[in-house]
Write a protein that binds this ligand. Structure first.
Ligand code: C5P
Length: 672
């Protein structure tokens, strides 16, 4: 997951390969609640691990359900319809799929069995209406107080006395989640009588209600429905666990990769595993819309394969009420269509994680598109001229994911631009590894993948600076010194002499290294500490003067330039390896400062050291590095000099990030 302040996506030109989808959010949270209300133990497979499921699980634990993990499988022992905890405060983040059904279930249980519960969330949750559900529950005898504004969370559910003789009425035209909440909760109080729900107004997002009915059936409850107006829960319904439940991949999440295939899968398809044409999720019908825009889609029960059909895409006009979430992806695909794409009947966008119609319009315009925004529709005309934009994501996972598709702009414009996604962490709501998956199936032209180099003499603090920069930008890190050190370590171990150029080059070419966070593995062993030993460094410095060794490591170093970008540290990164780097920094701390840093570093790691010796050694090494014939240590012509002798790491990082920012084309980002 990228937890950076923003993530810059280079222009992307191809998509191909395999994506495995995380579990569906809608199915995951319904299954968790049903398992939590059932009698017995449910084993849930392929559950989505995300912010929304985390808050639901936490709530279930607080309510007394037993939750244990066995590898990939989650076991939940439910309440069997009886409250174990009569008083609790539940924090539900921004998870509508937890807030609505828990409100209904706990309000009914509290009125039936006694109890007092407080349900709250983040500030945005407190702006998302729940009044229609509260209005449906109060006439049933549930006592519900809105603790802030009437009609919005936070709520207190405080006992009451059930009266269930009349049909239960709920509005269906703001959010289908209110009906879903009642359908999930009412079986708990169906003892002695069947319960009828009547929907007022035109029910929106019907496919989500179908998921609810489908899962109720899996847990033993067969709801009868007359059209989309009347739903009857049979008398004495009881939740029974089906034992094992497999959660389907998320069909809404599939939409981003279906789109990527439609845009950029030219020589081989994008294959998606986890959903297919058997899906019970309404958003699978996004496939039809994508086809209408030009995508070529093949499918099986559990997979989809997408490639580009028509190009440019065809503009469409679509009532998107049946696929409200996935339709956001269509609005971004519209950037690649000929003409204007209009999506109608999407008023529900305004009460989602953010006001999605307003947010979509504002961000699409930043890219240069023309947008017509109406209360319940949006129309998008592609940019005449694309602009590099910093896309605000409003703590809305779908804003971040669908706008990532704007990075494919080189396919439609002669002047490609990168796209900045602010707060990329918000994808954790449903798809924590979204960007990793996107980078797995996308290709950029190498020269478009940004590189920032940090060169300088030994012990200048390059390594530390480069590592922090990489982390702050979400980029890969190449610590090129490690490659020379690894070659030196291998030479010591295998007794290859320091002058055996061919033998050393062979070792360099055959290095088997793996980098995990701060750890370096060589041939499967953790060698992080051994690589930092002085004798290894000193031999590395010697053998790095050998042309054959440098040649042997050349391609390996270039291969680190991968999406979304690279921070490369080492003496010749800006001069030899990445002469076209967007920013080159050359560190110039004094020998005394560097010797002192190295001294402290060695002592803190438990090695013995002596300051005058280190000083002399550094001077000798500098001289050798500067005067050697091949790749001598010298700043690139266009390098920015940074004497960090008097600076803290944070100060150097901020200074370099400022330079980096100035080299980027975004005019309206938060970093400016
Ligand atoms: O940076 P570090 O001290 O880990 O590098 C070990 C040795 O490898 C250095 O002394 C330097 O001579 C050599 N080296 C190099 N070119 C690089 C990185 C390191 O010659 N790009």
């Amino acid at each position: 997951m990228y937890a950076t302040a923003h993530l810059d996506l280079p222009p992307l030109v191809h998509a191909r390969g395999l994506v495995r989808l995380p579990g569906s959010k809608s199915i995951s949270n319904r299954v968790l609640l049903l398992a939590g209300l059932s009698e017995g133990t449910t084993r849930v497979h392929d559950l989505l691990a995300s912010d929304d499921t985390r808050v639901m699980l936490e709530a279930l634990r607080t309510l007394g359900c037993q939750v244990t993990r066995h590898g990939e499988v989650l076991e939940i022992t439910g309440l069997g319809g009886r409250l174990k905890t009569r008083e609790a405060k539940l924090f539900l983040g921004n998870a509508g799929t937890a807030m609505r059904p828990l409100t209904a279930a706990l309000a009914l249980l509290a009125a039936d069995q006694g109890g007092s519960f407080e349900l709250s969330g983040i500030p945005r949750m407190h702006e998302r209406p729940i009044g229609d559900l509260v209005d449906a529950l109060r006439p049933l005898g549930c006592r519900i107080d809105c603790l802030g504004q009437e009609g919005y969370p936070p709520l207190r559910l405080d006992g009451g006395k059930l009266k269930l003789d009349a049909p239960i009425r709920v509005r269906g035209d703001v959010s289908s989640q209110f009906l879903t909440a009642l359908l999930l909760a009412l079986p708990l109080v169906s003892e002695g009588r069947a319960l009828v729900i009547e929907v007022e107004g035109e029910l929106i997002s019907k496919p989500y209600v179908e998921i609810t009915l489908n899962l109720l059936r899996r847990f033993g409850i067969e709801v009868q429905r007359e059209g989309w107006l009347r739903f009857t829960i049979p008398q004495d319904s009881r939740y029974r666990t089906p034992g094992d439940v497999h959660v389907e991949g998320d069909a809404s999440s599939a939409s981003y990769f279906i789109a990527a295939g439609a845009l950029a899968a030219v020589d081989a398809p994008v294959r998606i595993e986890g959903v297919g044409h058997d899906s019970i999720q309404g958003d699978i019908r996004f496939v039809e819309a994508a086809r209408a825009m030009g995508a070529k889609v093949a499918s099986g029960p559990n997979w989809l394969e997408i490639s580009r059909g028509e190009w440019p895409l065809k503009a469409i006009e679509l009532d998107a009420n049946h696929i409200p979430d996935a339709a956001m992806t269509l609005a971004v695909m519209a950037l690649y269509a000929q003409g204007t794409t209009r999506l109608t009947n999407i008023a529900s966008w305004r009460v989602k994680e953010t006001d999605r119609i307003a947010a979509m319009a504002k961000e699409l315009r930043k890219l240069g598109a023309t947008v017509d925004e109406q209360p319940d529709s949006i129309a998008v005309t592609p940019p005449a001229q694309w602009r590099a934009a910093s896309i605000e994501t409003y703590d809305d996972h779908r804003m971040a994911m669908c706008f990532a598709l704007a990075a494919f702009n080189p396919l439609i414009t002669q002047q490609p631009v990168p796209v900045r996604i602010e707060d990329p962490r918000c994808v954790a709501k449903t798809f924590p590894d979204f960007f990793e998956s996107l980078f797995d199936v996308s290709r950029a032209r190498t020269e478009d993948i940004p590189v920032l180099t940090v060169d300088g003499p030994t012990a200048s603090g390059k390594g530390t600076l480069a590592a922090v920069l990489a982390q702050r930008l979400g980029y890969h890190l190449l610590d090129s010194g490690v490659l020379y050190r690894a070659t030196a370590l291998a030479a010591i171990r295998r007794q290859v002499g320091p002058d055996d150029e061919a033998g050393l080059a062979e070792l360099a070419a055959g290095l088997n290294l793996r980098f995990n966070a701060d750890q370096v593995q060589m041939d499967g062993e953790d060698e992080t500490l051994a690589l930092r030993e002085e004798q290894v460094g000193s031999l590395a410095s010697r053998i790095s003067a050998l042309p054959a060794v440098r040649r042997a490591l050349f391609e390996l170093q270039l291969s680190f330039r991968q999406l979304p970008g690279l921070v490369a540290d080492g003496r010749d990164m800006g001069t030899v390896l990445f002469p076209g780097a967007q920013l080159k920094v050359f560190l110039t701390a004094s020998v005394e400062t560097r010797a002192e840093r190295r001294y402290n570093q060695l002592i803190s790691k438990g090695f013995s050291a002596n300051l005058p010796d280190l000083c002399a050694d550094l001077e000798a090494r500098d001289l050798r590095d500067k005067t050697r014939a091949i790749s001598p240590l010298k700043p690139a012509q266009d390098a920015r000099m940074l004497d960090n002798s008097q600076m803290t790491v944070d100060e150097s990082v901020d200074l370099v990030l400022g330079w980096w920012e100035a080299s980027r084309p975004f005019q309206d980002g938060p970093g400016r």
